[in-house]
Design a protein. Structure first.
Length: 412
């Protein structure tokens, strides 16, 4: 039955999301570690091995003596570990999630007619094109003379990200806009690994195998891209988490909030990187971060976007089937009685000041549009209401299930 595939689809999405988190942890962990290691190396020692620097570390009950060669050692090591699949799988699993959630669920999560009324295929095309555009523009700038000054390059990259934040919020729903800005940035980061860092490292390895002295420019270029990734990581994490918090994505100032998040990423990483390089403790960065976060908090208090369109509401063909089903009147009454005290433009449930996750269930159109989510959250599972705060009865849950399955059964 179709509704069985829907439940299976939820578990597939969960599994892909779990994979995404696992690989992201592995990638971010190794990336942060190697940046910290490189900054913390002692380069004032005359090492017999000819290495550029070394450091002693202790972890897990043992001591580690780590050395770094500025270009490469005299000969190719017998065992060489490459760090690449963490990055590749993070992007692959993230793109799979983008397809599962935002492309397959475009009517609900990607396209918002109140922002820009476009067909789904156009929205998906814009999404894909924008991800490719980001890497191409960034790579051209890095390879140009402008990219020789890293500070100047990062400032230009920031303004590009601000521009993309405004663009995405002018095209997609607020939730999809911030998610896409994160995907835009993460695509640049993974492309850095795939198209620049790894190829440069392979050139050095081939030179070693052939007995040639590697050109230090390849390592310099790779380090520049790796440093960019280091400063972009924390904003990407924020943007990926933002879809759980309507105060971040569902406000009129969402593109400004996203722009400020990138500045917070710089201030936080600057503190860590400065500490790892033993150049002091710039505590001003934490003050700047707190100020930026308070500014974001203030901006988020602007009125949330209303999901209720002006004039006559338009339903997708799928939503129309749920709205015209025989039991829809009963389901509407259940949702209005058990859910709408929180999921409203102006919630009246004690302690709830805005609709959780930005989901509003006040009109028949909104309820029909969110039929699948209501079925999964309040019918199949007991996730909603939390702790059954509105005392929804088992018979009411059963009614939601039978309503949804009657429609999907007729489709199947």
């Amino acid at each position: 039955m179709l509704y069985d595939f829907i439940v299976i689809g939820e578990w597939v999405e969960f599994a892909v999301r779990w994979l995404h988190v696992i690989t992201a942890i592995a990638w971010i962990g190794s990336s942060f570690y190697f940046i910290a290691l490189d900054l913390g190396l002692h380069r004032d020692r005359n090492l017999p091995s000819g290495a550029d620097g070394d450091e002693w570390q202790v972890h897990g009950g043992g001591f580690y003596h780590i050395q770094k060669y500025l270009v490469a050692p005299d000969r190719m090591p017998d065992d060489l570990i490459w760090f690449k699949w963490e990055s590749y799988m993070t992007w692959i699993s993230g793109f799979a999630l983008l397809c599962l959630v935002y492309y397959l669920g475009a009517d609900l999560y990607l396209v918002d007619p109140n922002v820009l009324d476009i067909p789904v295929w156009q929205a998906v095309a814009i999404s894909l094109a924008s991800l490719a555009f980001g890497w191409l523009v960034y790579d051209v700038i890095c390879k140009s003379g402008f990219g020789h000054d890293n500070t100047r390059l990062m400032i230009l990259l920031y303004f590009i990200l601000v521009g993309m934040a405004y663009f995405y919020t002018s095209v997609f729903s607020g939730r999809a806009a911030l998610l896409h800005l994160g995907a835009f940035t993460a695509s640049i980061m993974t492309a850095n690994v795939f198209f620049t860092i790894m190829p440069n490292q392979r050139i050095v390895v081939e030179d070693l195998k052939a007995g040639r002295t590697p050109d230090p420019k390849y390592g310099k270029i790779a380090k520049q891209r790796s440093t960019h990734n280091n400063y972009l990581t924390l904003p990407v994490i924020f943007l990926m988490l933002s879809n759980h918090y309507p105060l971040a994505f569902a406000t009129e100032n969402n593109w400004i909030i996203a722009s400020l998040v990138f500045l917070m990423g710089v201030t936080i990483r600057h503190w860590f990187n400065t500490r790892h390089a033993r150049k002091g403790s710039p505590t001003w960065t934490w003050l700047a971060t707190v100020i930026l976060f308070l500014l974001i908090t203030w901006l988020s208090t602007a009125p949330l976007f209303q999901t209720k369109p002006e004039g006559e509401a338009r339903l997708t063909p799928a939503a129309q089937k749920f709205a015209s089903a025989a039991d829809f009147g009963d389901v509407e009454s259940i949702v209005l009685g058990r859910c709408s005290m929180c999921h409203a433009s102006e919630p009246f449930f004690d302690g709830i000041h805005w609709a959780p996750k930005g989901v509003i269930l006040e009109t028949p159109e909104q309820i029909a549009t969110l039929a699948r989510e209501i079925y999964l959250q309040a019918g199949v599972s007991h996730a909603m209401p939390p702790a059954n705060a509105s005392f929804i009865e088992p018979e009411e849950r059963a009614k939601i299930v039978s309503w949804y399955r009657a429609v999907t059964r007729a489709e199947g």
